[in-house]
Write a protein that binds this ligand. Structure first.
Ligand SMILES: Cc1cc2nc3c(=O)[nH]c(=O)nc-3n(C[C@H](O)[C@H](O)[C@H](O)COP(=O)(O)OP(=O)(O)OC[C@H]3O[C@@H](n4cnc5c(N)ncnc54)[C@H](O)[C@@H]3O)c2cc1C
Length: 368
């Protein structure tokens, strides 16, 4: 039987999280193009939860996701998905404007932030070069166990009866006789509702379903894992340039993950890092830290997909309300997943309400 109440296109964090919550109320299938879900953006992230990341209109989703991630229900995990790290937004005198803007942006929020002096910067980040003396400390930042979170969503979805069907790329769908008739590379399916959780492919997925695209664009982001000539401490913070030109954080075995914070427009694809971006990342690190790179251990890139206003798109399509957008998760789709999925399901199932403090209109596709 290939008939479901809801078919979800894509098995990344977005598709897995919405399926887990929806499967308590409806029959659900996730159709995933790849051999495994999580192969694209979800499996390539920097794995942090930082309330300010993505700006003040994303922050409510991130903050509302915190309690679930820190203290998940037992059917998701016996342990927290978060591990405290703290984030240091770092700059020089030239970045004072960005520091002031950041404080102003979050003044009315509950996000804890502290302006540090240069001695406090040196204490949090030994080996930082002395001109990097401006910083905002965001203590709530944590690492996320992304693989555990993603597999917990898939497991909860499965236990509630949802089906995950891999190697099933949605190639075409038509709305006929009050149902979606869906053709994939792995059979045909029907559903009353179609959820577009196709990440970088979200606009393409809309087009093959006869729905007008929103203008969701994919941008490549690269990460390199480095060994330094001296092991770096495990308890260093996540360090993010106030000018948005780098971030780094400790990885296993005294190594670090470093990104040049690149944002290069890309077609939806199985992307890979460019040598130039990796070289740029290492050069920027040398301008900030008195560290010496010993070797490159690994490098990867993934696609972050953004709507034109860089906010997630969560809600029913204006031309066909049976097509539901769950896309445009940008660089914050992991840290916002619990609240975003709860919001989405509250819009799909009668009688449910949006998470506290979340205004559904901010993310509604109707805004385009
Ligand atoms: C380098 C990098 C660092 C990041 N760091 C962080 C971070 O620290 N914290 C954070 O919160 N977020 C971070 N992000 C962002 C986060 O990874 C994404 O927002 C999130 O993974 C998006 O999940 P998704 O399910 O929408 O997309 P994806 O994981 O890309 O899943 C979409 C799925 O849809 C499938 N699909 C597409 N088209 C079809 C079709 N036609 N039929 C069937 N299946 C289809 C794809 O195969 C894919 O598996 C980062 C991203 C990158 C690239």
């Amino acid at each position: 039987m290939n008939e479901y109440d809801t078919v979800v296109i894509g098995g990344g964090m977005a598709g897995a999280s919405i399926a887990a919550l929806l499967a308590d109320h409806q029959t659900v299938a996730i159709l995933e193009a790849e051999d495994n879900p999580g192969y694209h953006a979800t499996g390539r992230s920097a794995a942090f939860w930082t309330e300010s990341y993505g700006g003040p209109l994303v922050q409510p989703l991130t903050s509302a996701s915190g309690p679930f991630l820190a203290n998940p229900p037992p059917n998701y995990s016996a342990q927290s998905f978060l591990k405290k790290r703290g984030a240091l937004y770092l700059g020089t005198r030239a970045h004072q404007v960005q520091a002031d803007q950041m404080i102003a942006d979050f003044r009315d929020s509950d996000v804890p932030m502290q302006v540090l002096n240069s001695a406090q910067v040196q204490q949090k980040l030994p080996c930082v070069l002395p001109e990097w003396d401006r910083a905002i400390w965001e203590p709530s930042c944590a690492d996320i166990d992304v693989a555990a979170l993603h597999s917990a969503y898939l497991r909860v979805a499965k236990n509630a009866g949802a089906k995950l069907i891999c190697r099933a790329r949605v190639e075409h769908a038509v709305w006929r006789d009050y149902r979606w008739q869906i053709t994939t590379s792995n059979g045909r399916y029907t559903s009353k509702t179609l959820v577009n959780a196709a990440g970088a492919w979200a606009d393409q997925a809309a087009i093959v379903c006869g729905i007008k695209p929103i203008g969701i664009t994919a941008f490549r982001r690269s990460i390199v894992q480095l060994s330094m000539s001296q092991k770096t401490p495990d308890d260093l913070p996540l360090v993010i340039g106030l000018d948005g030109s780098f971030y780094f954080k400790p990885a296993a075995s005294g190594q670090i993950w470093l990104s040049p914070h690149d944002e290069t427009p890309s077609p939806a694809c199985d992307t890979a890092p460019e040598e130039l971006d990796i070289a740029m990342a290492i050069e920027r690190l040398g301008q900030v830290m008195d560290w010496h790179v010993k070797s490159i251990e690994a490098k990867w890139a993934g696609l972050r997909s953004f709507a034109p206003d860089r906010l997630p798109v969560i809600g029913r399509d204006k031309s066909n309300p049976n097509f539901f957008w769950f896309a445009g998760q940008g660089g914050f789709g992991i840290q916002t997943a619990p609240a975003a999925a709860e919001l989405a399901v509250s819009l799909l199932v009668d009688g449910l309400v949006a998470p506290n403090g979340i205004n559904a209109d901010t993310y509604a596709p109707m805004r385009f």
